[in-house]
Design a protein around this ligand. Structure first.
Ligand SMILES: Nc1nc2c(ncn2[C@@H]2O[C@H](COP(=O)(O)OP(=O)(O)OP(=O)(O)O)[C@@H](O)[C@H]2O)c(=O)[nH]1
Ligand SMILES: [Mg+2]
Length: 310
């Protein structure tokens, strides 16, 4: 558990550096009014968004008005608690198929380069490590190098892959992959899809077709329609997620690249506006760099604290 938290904290170093980490000098001293502005500014620059910054600042200012002896570390605790409160209940779980026996389908969607293929591999790695049989479906038939990328992952992880030629119908791959997963008695079917811009209607329609084909295989499929968001893109993610949700109703999100960004605050805004459960976060490029989201650990890490301190 400690290891997990440490990884989470390390992964979020840039966000916390962008947030209060940049103000570490503040931690050990009494606050002065200018510090309030610095905290506000750094929260904005980490892309926490207006509402969240407002809520955090209101709480800190209220306490500061009452207690001029307030220390930076106390302000951090207040901020982390407010953030944890905003994100309370945001952790989501993957859903299983209705009968619990047929494969449970996870379909990963998102804009180009958000981390879908890597996340498919990470999920397959985690399930396999738990002894849960998994089949990967290469529904990105659009990009030339896509098949090779996921094939390499499948080989490395020893996971069965169903794929087709470039240019093939992605819904047909989804259908074949489901059939294979069912025949093998797999618990999970993870479908990687092509990156697409959320405002390209024809590409978005392809997702509806995948969902339709899957629902013919199992009326409760896809059980998990998950948007993979690049955590470094900040608040742009909100519009993206909304557009995907309209065409392909989402059940959750995975936020990647939180290890390499100072913009790790955007997930709070996405959660606030869509109330989409946050299933996992990506904290690196390796298969093991996928973590279940823990709102309290995240809130603490952002403010440079341990979970037990808030
Ligand atoms: N640092 C870091 N890099 C990541 C993470 N997840 C993915 N990446 C990297 O981001 C890049 C894009 O990842 P892909 O998995 O290929 O993204 P994709 O969404 O499948 O891309 P398209 O199929 O082109 O839309 C790769 O270089 C990955 O290694 C993460 O959590 N942290
Ligand atoms: Mg991909």
């Amino acid at each position: 558990m400690f290891g997990l938290l440490k990884k989470f904290k390390d992964g979020l170093k840039k966000t916390s550096a962008g947030a209060l980490g940049a103000l570490t000098g503040l931690f050990s001293k009494k606050m002065d009014p200018a510090d309030l502005d610095s905290i506000e500014e750094t929260l904005y620059s980490a892309d926490f968004g207006f509402e969240t910054v407002r809520d955090v600042m209101e709480a800190i200012k209220k306490e500061y008005a009452r207690n001029r002896e307030l220390r930076g570390s106390d302000a951090a605790v207040i901020g982390a608690r407010v953030l944890a409160g905003i994100l309370e209940g945001s952790e989501g779980e993957l859903k299983a198929s209705a009968d619990g026996e047929s494969p449970s389908v996870i379909c990963l969607v998102g804009v180009n380069g958000s981390g879908k293929t890597t996340t498919s591999a990470k999920l397959a790695a985690a399930f396999s490590a738990d002894g849960q049989k998994t089949v990967l479906g290469a529904c990105d038939t659009f990009r030339a190098a896509a098949n090779e990328q996921i094939r390499q992952w499948a080989e490395r992880l020893g996971v069965e892959l169903v794929s087709s030629a470039q240019g093939a119908d992605s819904a047909a791959v989804a259908f074949d992959a489901y059939a294979a997963a069912k025949a093998r008695g797999a618990k999970w079917l993870v479908l990687d899809t092509a990156g697409r811009l959320h405002n390209k209607e024809n590409l978005m329609r392809e997702l509806s077709k995948i969902a339709k084909v899957l629902s013919k295989c199992d009326p409760s499929a896809p059980h998990n329609s998950v948007i993979v968001l690049d955590g470094s893109l900040g608040s742009n993610s909100i519009e993206q997620a909304k557009a995907f949700d309209k065409v392909f109703p989402l059940t959750g999100m995975i936020v990647t690249k939180l290890d390499g960004t100072g913009k790790g605050g955007a997930l709070a805004g996405v959660y606030r506006s869509l109330k989409l459960p946050i299933l996992y976060v990506g904290l690196g490029e390796k298969p093991e760099d996928l973590r279940k989201f823990n709102s309290k650990a995240y809130a603490a890490a952002v403010f440079g604290l341990e979970e037990s301190q808030i």
